[in-house]
Design a protein around this ligand. Sequence first.
Ligand code: CAA
Length: 249
Amino acid sequence: MSQKVALVTGGTGGLGTAICRSLADGGFRVVAGYNAGGNHEKAKAWQEEQRKDGYDILVAYGDVTDGESCAACIRTVEEMTGSTVDVLVNNAGITRDGQFKKMSWEQWDEVLTANLDSMFHMTRLVINPMIEKGWGRVINISSVNAQKGQFGQCNYSAAKAGIHGFTKALAQEVARKGVTVNTVSPGYIKTAMVAKIAEEIQQQICSTIPVGRFGTPEEIGRMVSFLSEEESGYITGADMSVNGGLHMH
Ligand code: CAA
């Protein structure tokens, strides 16, 4: 049987890299979708780093906020791999934190477009081939802050909560076609996104995590990999928390 193809948006970032590696370990032909502000050299350098560590991961440019660019990305993936996408990990996301009373429309719009509209653009392009094949995995990366809300993140919490609504609706539509759709909700993970938070606020947040530390990207990669497995076919419409106990529900 030919190797299944997994596309990870935001694949060259902190969480994305660990997700790509974990899927590669699981036997998938992995493509890292990247935007990187159009910095193709940066993506090539990332690819070279992975190669040095023994990972053969393809890269494909795509701006997840733009439907045309997503379509071009999917065409690139299909040309490079000779296959349609079997596993889509909608991982690309951004933050523009600030209290709502001071939030600009731009801060709202950028976050909703990158984190939620992207679900439409990317998933719409891969869902029909998955249905036709009778097999597929859509894994959407949300956040603990969708589940519990977060001071300073009205935009992000709204977008990320929207993701799980999308997951649950789509999961019902494709359940009989061999396609599962799930959400993974990471807690605070050691990535550049969390490093942007002021040091004293990071410490304050860390003190509220029952496990007593931030998570590692590999701990998210492991969950994504698990959901992509053949044996996980009975898990659909679920929201898998990986948050060190920060929010239990
Ligand atoms: N609850 C209640 N009040 C809070 C608070 C909280 N959690 N945090 C701060 N405040 C209060 C402060 O006490 C202060 O009050 P006073 O004005 O009465 O002194 C006030 O809010 C701070 O006002 P600022 O003007 O300094 O705040 P700001 O509008 O500039 O925004 C912030 C501050 C950028 C939102 C900052 O609080 C922050 O970075 N918070 C953390 C946000 C966060 O967790 N982001 C997650 C990023 S990582 C990620 O998103 C990945 C993931 O999925 C988990």
